[in-house]
Design a protein around this ligand. Sequence first.
Ligand code: ADP
Length: 175
Amino acid sequence: MRVAIYPGTFDPVHHGHVDIARRAAALVDRLIIAVYSRPLKTLLFSTEERVLMVKEAIAGLDNIEVASYNGLTVDYATKVGASFIVRGLRVISDFELEYQMALTNRKLAAHIDMVCLMTSLEYAFLSSSIVKEVAMAGGCVEQMVPSHVSRALESRLGEMGEGKGDEVGLISLRD
Ligand code: ADP
């Protein structure tokens, strides 16, 4: 059985992620979307919230599961019996990072390979940071994320109130 994991932070999941997951799932028997619990970045959503949002985003795609993990991605892949790690590429800078990660992972676990899928053109601009920044500035994210994620963003930002997002790393569409 061909098993792959698609790891990431998914804070929050957006259409670009779903597109990669859908396409990767067509290549394997079982795809596990692996939500990284404690990345080295400030998060807007908890692990449980991110997992639930991804689950809802891929509902109906039967060979995809969602789980959270900590520690080394290759260790998690080994634990679940995956032979591939799927990643998505948007721009050259993604490639540089993924290339370094792939070579590091190869050193750590030579039995696991990385498979990178190119973004679909309509999602090439899309990242979780961009989604958060647009939402925080009061913009509409309906074309970027599933509707349940759009509602979750609205409610989380409402709870945070004034100064929202000051502690979340953003790119900056406002300056
Ligand atoms: P990271 O894990 O780097 O924090 P994410 O969790 O946002 O980033 O993304 C997980 C994976 O999905 C990464 O491989 C990332 O390159 C890929 N990805 C994110 N956005 C897109 C997009 N718009 N198109 C294709 N791949 C994407």
